[in-house]
Design a protein around this ligand. Structure first.
Ligand SMILES: [Fe+2]
Length: 164
């Protein structure tokens, strides 16, 4: 595949985030399962539902682009998830796990926000108005999910974790 045109750049980015969203669908389920605090696990469950909708919108974007939905291995999200698995395998206390789960999810939101933010001007340039709107919608949901996680982090009962 050549990588010289706006179309190439767009296709590459779209396939990358399409793969990322699928990985996150599984990861959010695991985060929900591994979190004890209700309001935090609820945030993961809500965002998992949104992620399914985001995958549907991405398929509509592929449709407007005129290509079948394909995944390009998203090593960025894969790396974040590997890092997460490694931490979880060290058997942290539940409170530490709950806090770390938010941090891990926030990192993936930053990745997604950057990915969508960069795809939108390309869709605009290609005259794909509907696609640009759908990508804009996904971007907005990621930003809201990040804000919610930041709030939950700020509200976290730190006393549950010993300082040393
Ligand atoms: Fe997402």
């Amino acid at each position: 595949m050549s990588l010289d045109t706006i179309q190439d750049l767009f296709e590459h980015g779209l396939e990358d985030i399409y793969h990322a969203e699928h990985q996150l669908l599984d990861a959010l389920e695991e985060l929900e399962r591994n979190t004890e605090r209700d309001e935090i696990s609820q945030a993961f469950s809500d965002h998992r539902e949104e992620t399914q909708g985001q995958i549907d919108w991405l398929e509509a974007v592929f449709d407007e682009f005129g290509e079948p939905p394909e995944k390009e291995e998203c090593e960025g999200i894969e790396g974040l998830l590997e890092e997460y698995e490694e931490f979880a395998s060290m058997e942290p206390s539940q409170a530490v796990m709950d806090y770390h789960n938010m941090a891990a999810a926030e990192k993936t939101e930053h990745y997604e926000i950057a990915a969508y933010g960069n795809l939108i001007p390309l869709a605009d340039q290609l005259g794909m108005d509907k696609a640009a709107d759908l990508l804009e919608e996904n971007l907005r949901e990621e930003q809201e999910a990040l804000e919610e996680l930041i709030e939950l982090t700020e509200e976290f009962e730190m006393d549950a974790i010993p300082a040393e």
